[in-house]
Write a protein that binds this ligand. Structure first.
Ligand SMILES: Cc1cc2nc3c(=O)[nH]c(=O)nc-3n(C[C@H](O)[C@H](O)[C@H](O)COP(=O)(O)OP(=O)(O)OC[C@H]3O[C@@H](n4cnc5c(N)ncnc54)[C@H](O)[C@@H]3O)c2cc1C
Length: 403
């Protein structure tokens, strides 16, 4: 069995010059100051909206660390560098929260442009999309309220409560999703559908399952995202698999823990319904690893994307593959971490021969602010991710100094 280790910092940071590494060191150290992050995440969106001259500062710091560029073309140099280490890219057009039919059409066409571009590059096998990029949040919420517990994995969408105008609106959403998936199919690019808030997720799941039914037959084009911080998602994964198996298509499953925990808990508390989130981190970890085991056990019919910065879960996935006698580069396995985070996992997995890609967002600074603020908050606990990133960067800086 190949024992993979994530301790090799020379592999992890080979793509970074001394100067770039020192800059990352400074950035992660700054994000360790919770007051600074709290203040920054409050004032930055306001400063951008008010037109204050802060873009240069953002571009040189947090943007450079976590984002590929302001335009699609600007991502080319990052993709080229990663390719030298057999690391791929998952392009993520980082627009969030722009509503209105014109914006939805624009986002759909932009996603298609990203698909075409990805197909022209050697190491961009996948792109990610958000259904809220081309569907009205309140419409998804209404569909979700009307949905039954199994509708997501059974690919059922109940339109009975919608007005004629809303039905037409929903038809346009379906048409956009189909246009995207069709383009991805034609260009042999995979589409990862991001998971968002639980109160809009059922129609997103159902629509994604419908697309898998249509496009995941000869090859895997569409992947749903499953958030294991929700206590009902292991059962959802199994239900999705049953549906796929019955209908004869491959289930694309990107497994994540989940990014909206605080928001989910607060809403459940405010509206007096039971929280959809697991009672503690251990329960999330347990279900995440059980989900990995389920997917690897059914790898013939499931294409799995391990989307995590958790070292144990990534190692566990590689061990499961090997225990079941499957190749580390089985066509149904892919690993992914966000650009700017957990390079020790990505680059060491790639060195061991695993297919791995970095999630690489791009977009104008003003548009990617929500994404950047999530990264800053996620990295503001020194006991968590930041502590780990900082420790690794410092070790590599010392190794370079000594050698
Ligand atoms: C490539 C990629 C794609 C992603 N796409 C999405 C997406 O589409 N949708 C989405 O929501 N997220 C997405 N994420 C983010 C992801 O959901 C996690 O927030 C993030 O990766 C941290 O989890 P982890 O597995 O890396 O590891 P860890 O650091 O081990 O886990 C942290 C996570 O555990 C959970 N957790 C922490 N404390 C508790 C607690 N007290 N109780 C219960 N659970 C707890 C939370 O989900 C938290 O984010 C993506 C991440 C990656 C790497």
């Amino acid at each position: 069995m190949t024992e993979i280790s994530f301790d090799n910092t020379a592999n992890a940071f080979a793509y970074k010059s001394d100067k770039a590494l020192k800059k990352a060191n400074f950035l992660f150290a700054s994000m360790g100051y919770q007051t600074l992050v709290k203040w920054g995440t409050w004032i930055t969106p306001w400063a951008i909206r008010s037109g204050l001259p802060v873009k240069g500062l953002i571009r040189d710091t947090i943007f450079e660390q976590f984002v590929g560029g302001e335009t699609l073309e600007e991502t080319a140099s990052v993709a080229k560098t990663l390719a030298q280490y057999q690391v791929g890219v998952i392009l993520d057009y980082g627009v969030e929260g722009k509503e209105g039919e014109d914006n939805f059409e624009h986002a759909t066409e932009e996603f298609i442009r990203v698909i075409r571009y990805a197909a022209s590059q050697p190491n961009i096998p996948l792109i990610s999309i958000k259904v809220t990029g081309f569907a009205r949040f309140a419409l998804l919420e209404k569909l979700d309220t009307a949905a039954g517990p199994d509708d997501g994995y059974k690919a059922r969408i109940d339109l009975n409560g919608l007005s004629t105008t809303e039905r037409e609106e929903w038809n346009r959403v379906k048409e956009r999703m189909d246009r995207l998936c069709k383009a991805a199919d034609e260009h042999k690019i995979g589409v990862l559908v991001d998971a968002e808030e639980s109160w809009i997720q059922t129609p997103v799941d159902a629509l994604t399952m419908q697309m898998m039914d249509r496009y995941n037959r000869e090859r895997v084009v569409v992947y749903n995202t499953i958030q294991l911080y929700r206590h009902d998602r292991l059962a959802f994964l199994k239900g999705s698999y049953e549906t796929a198996h019955e209908k004869g298509f491959v289930l694309g499953a990107k497994l994540v823990r989940g990014a909206y925990m605080e928001k989910e808990r607060k809403r459940a508390e405010a509206l007096l319904y039971p929280s959809p989130i697991q009672p503690n981190k251990e329960a999330t970890d347990r279900d995440y690893n059980l989900a990995l085991e389920f997917c690897v056990t059914h790898m013939e019919d499931i294409a799995l994307i391990v989307a995590s910065h958790n070292e144990y879960s990534n190692l566990f996935a590689t061990r499961l593959l090997q225990e079941k006698g499957l190749s580390l580069h089985h066509p149904h396995i892919h690993f992914s971490q966000l650009y700017g985070m957990s390079d020790n996992i990505s680059f060491n997995l790639a060195a061991a021969g695993c297919p791995v890609s970095k999630y690489l967002p791009f977009g104008p600074i003003g548009d990617v602010i929500p994404y950047l603020m999530r990264r800053a908050q996620e990295n503001s606990s020194v006991s968590g991710q930041t502590g780990r990133e900082l420790g690794l960067i410092k070790r590599e800086l010392e190794r370079r100094k000594a050698g």
